[in-house]
Design a protein around this ligand. Sequence first.
Ligand code: TMP
Length: 212
Amino acid sequence: MKGKFIVIEGIDGCGKTTQIDELTKWLPSSGLMKKESKLITTREPGGSLLGKKLRGLILDTNKNNQPSSLAELLLYSADRAEHVSKIISPALNKNNWVISDRFSDSTLAYQGYGRNINLEIIKNIESIVCQGEYPDLTFFLEISPEESISRRKNQIPDRIEAEGIKFLEKVNEGFKVIAKEKNWKVISASQNIETISYQIKETLLKNFSTNK
Ligand code: TMP
């Protein structure tokens, strides 16, 4: 019996971290998880020890350290391979639940739709990298690229966040296509934090109540 694997996706500034913090408080006492199961919250890039180092390299804004699109894709893929092997699979196999801030569809959205790397190439790489671990449920917190930029106007952007609105528009359109194809739970992230949180919890209750 494996634990549940839940992923939260969306463009930068959509409020993933806030919602994951809220779920971390709520899920263990929600009645959905078995008593002996733990909740692991993690993220990409950077969920494993090697991944933390890769995250520094991938998001470095230093102009001399800009990877090519292909190298960028493979760095995210290396991060994910390590994340699945060392964190996600071991946790799920112990019947623990995992919530990940981003997973493989971020690569499809950012490197595929954003950077125009052939989607089939990305899907082939992902089929190796994910090692058979796919989310039981993915939430897409949807905001417009304009709102994403305005919410982050006082933050120092990382290398991907610094790409600007045109790039973000392509990524957001990509997420919308993927969300439809994969039947994700789409939630408007322009609503207030409590409403979003309520909708996420209701969806989890609806999907997993009988699966305990
Ligand atoms: P984060 O700020 O949500 O932690 O993610 C860091 C950045 O990395 C964010 O701008 C999205 C980007 N990203 C990709 O471009 N491809 C990927 O596969 C992942 C996981 C993240």
